[in-house]
Design a protein around this ligand. Structure first.
Ligand SMILES: [Zn+2]
Length: 134
């Protein structure tokens, strides 16, 4: 499994994390999946309704609206992103929510470390997914 991301999207994610800091940035990822390859084609930043420095929550109505809009363009919802100031690895709370969306890719952005990681739950176990920047 590999996630393919353009350099522009890497910059967008770091920029979004920087702009929202100290609140966690968050949003959804759209793209396509073929075999072992996930290509990110759209990243849509959304509001963190918790306005928290340690957690995020997406407004369900806003999520539904972008879901309808982007799926209408033929894109597939492939996952989520959010930011941590440091440590681009899932928190205990993240793991709980990831368990509810096991097929999804979870991108975590740390702008202080300039690091972007991706994770997925496979067969109940967390796995880091490699990111290919193109
Ligand atoms: Zn988190």
């Amino acid at each position: 499994m590999i996630v393919r991301l353009s350099r522009n999207y890497i910059n967008l994610l770091l920029e979004e994390a920087r702009r929202k800091y100290p609140i966690e940035a968050c949003g959804v990822l759209f793209g396509s999946i073929s075999g072992d390859e996930i290509r990110v084609k759209e990243i849509v930043p959304l509001r963190n309704v918790l306005k928290s420095e340690a957690m995020f929550q997406i407004d369900p109505e806003e999520f539904l609206r972008v879901l309808v809009e982007y799926e209408g363009k033929g894109l597939q919802h492939i996952g989520f992103f959010h930011s941590h100031p440091r440590y681009a690895s899932p928190s205990i709370i993240d793991l709980k929510y990831m368990g509810l969306w096991p097929e999804s890719i979870w991108i975590i952005v740390s702008h202080l470390e300039s690091r972007i990681t991706a994770y997925r739950i496979i067969n109940g176990r967390i796995e880091e997914v490699s990111i290919s920047i193109e």
